[in-house]
Design a protein around this ligand. Sequence first.
Ligand SMILES: [Zn+2]
Length: 478
Amino acid sequence: MKVTGSSTEKTIWNYFIVKGMSPAGVAGLMGNLYAESGLNPQNLQNTYEKRLGFTDASYTAAVDSGAYANFVRDGAGYGLAQWTYWSRKEAMLNYAKKTGASIGDLIMQLDFMYQELKGYVAVFQVLRTARTVKEASDIVLTKYERPADMSGAVKAKRASYGQAFYDAYTTEKEVSTMSNSPLVTYTNITKNKTSPRNHAIDTITIHCIVGQWTAKQGCDYFATTDRECSTNYIVGKDGSIGLSVDEKDRSWCTSSRENDNRAITIEVASDTEHPYAVTDAAYSALIKLVADICQRNGIKQLVWSTNKTDRVNHVNGCNMTVHRDYANKACPGQYLYERHGAIAAAVNAILGSGTTQAPEAAPGAVQGFPETPFTVRVIVPDLNYRKGPGMSYAVKGQTGKGVFTITEVQDGWGKLKSGAGWIYLENPSYCTILGVASKPPDPDPADVLAEEIAGKVKGSGLDPEDILNRVEKILGVA
Ligand SMILES: [Zn+2]
């Protein structure tokens, strides 16, 4: 197996950490879920796909629409945990209906699973306290999942899956590798890079590659060339997206060590001569890729300036640079250079509309915060804290790794108890929210009704006291 760092993985990891499970507990649980479903919440047990004539997607849609009515009793494993037994499937179906979510919805299944796990008292206790992945994995296997084969070999295999998640999500190196774009269609990592980068990602640098290549051609070139050059991403003429240097590492791309330490660099397939035009497919893939990079790295807005001094000094929040700022080159070519303002606008439109639309638009975003004060664990060494709650505020320093108390939250930023500044909370690659969110109590229904009646009375312009008297009379309480 391979830990992908997908938004699904990160969402599951954070979900259970926030619920108070230990990292080894979460990893042990995830290893089992991976063995069951590959962490795909829409996964229909493979042997049933043919038998029932469904794919994962068509089965999910048919259950949601009611077109397929035998979900509970068909004996097919489904979802993250491959729920099979009829009473468990029935309970999950009822839960999905109650919450209005799809039967294949990730968060719905996590909520349901969490409720279920609380009923498996011994399992739940171990998941909260486990120090080793093996102990958590074994008890999930033997007491919660209970597949037919619970041999030593199966135990070892599942624990190894869990260990991979544990290693990826609790060590600095792997935490960073998680944050490559899920949009990547081809990967060929080059040796031409500096690992790791020494600065948090806060800049985007778009280049033209001077050749109408696919992402694969670009990646393969950087992986084999004797020239000391590379890029984080390549966008192909057909809209393919290649990964050549992990985001956690510095590419050798922009003739500036300082720039490439803080920038994600992107080479876009282009014509070989002025104005170095790019295809529509490449342009639209570029927009999506940049928006994804911004979302995962806490860049809330792209700011472009036609003034080189603004760009290289990051004046007024300017966070797009171009190769020609650092070398006597035409790169990114007139075609892309002239479109930098439009690229920023298109990306910002996605970021703006995306902030309220979880989970797809904000992969892995934390769902709500606990009541303040609460604590967070910063898992990267260089998380900036800023003067105020936003990317436009000046950086005052970096927290270093550790646990910090947050006393106030605004727009996804948390105020440090020390008063030193604000850190961005919504990127799970930077920090993990500790502590459990407590929900506000439901309002008293009598208050709700009274508000409603009072609103009507006010709106009518009639004498409130007169109305009140009459109402009391009707109700017989006068
Ligand atoms: Zn360039």
